[in-house]
Write a protein that binds this ligand. Structure first.
Ligand code: SF4
Length: 189
């Protein structure tokens, strides 16, 4: 235990700072939703919906060099029911749209979505009859990562933006009128 503490103390590992609160000698008080947000943001389980080349960049992001596990996300989930972050990477054909939407609908709230790369964000170079011109035609997107393909650093940056969102969202996001209106726009109850 002492060795572990010493090695953390002597390394570059940064301990996540505590949420806003009131502190004094022997106590620290904060709001429950801030603690929940902090915990959630460092334990997101991504569902990689990878259809083409951007998925390869995600594989690099998961590897030891970029080490996605640093953010508590080393456990990709291929079951929507055990995932809270949908990462869409690659060209999405219109035929694939209903499948993607079904995967999204099977995820429990709260859930977040990243469109990784030009194809998922806007159709990219494939301005054709068969390719969806951005996944936000069928599901709401929280963060768009530009690039064709985006480098792993850009994917990590997009993930960090999601973490900021997760930290600052109330536990009752799904019940807010704005969120309900957004879902209604997409025909999602
Ligand atoms: S954005 Fe570029 S790299 Fe990514 S899936 Fe589309 S064509 Fe491939």
């Amino acid at each position: 235990m002492c060795v572990l503490f010493l090695s953390i103390f002597m390394s570059d590992i940064k301990i996540v700072s505590a949420p806003e609160g009131i502190e004094g000698a022997g106590f620290f008080a904060t709001r429950l939703d801030k603690v929940v947000g902090l915990a959630r943001s460092h334990s997101l389980w991504p569902l990689p919906f990878a259809t083409s080349c951007c998925g390869i960049e995600f594989m690099a992001t998961m590897g030891s060099h970029y080490d996605f596990a640093r953010f508590g996300s080393e456990r990709p989930s291929f079951s929507p029911r055990q995932a809270d972050l949908l990462m869409v990477m690659g060209t999405i054909a219109k035929k694939m749209g209903p499948v993607l939407k079904q995967v999204y609908l099977q995820m429990a709230e709260p859930r977040w979505v990243i469109a990784v790369g030009a194809c998922a964000s806007s159709g990219g170079i494939f301005d054709t009859y068969s390719v969806m011109q951005g996944i936000d035609e069928i599901i709401p997107v929280d963060v768009y990562v530009p690039g064709c393909p985006p480098r792993p650093e850009a994917i990590i940056d997009g993930f960090n933006r999601i973490q900021d969102l997760v930290k600052s969202e109330s536990r009752r996001r799904r019940n807010s009128p704005e969120y309900q209106a957004l879902m209604t726009n997409y025909g999602i109850k």
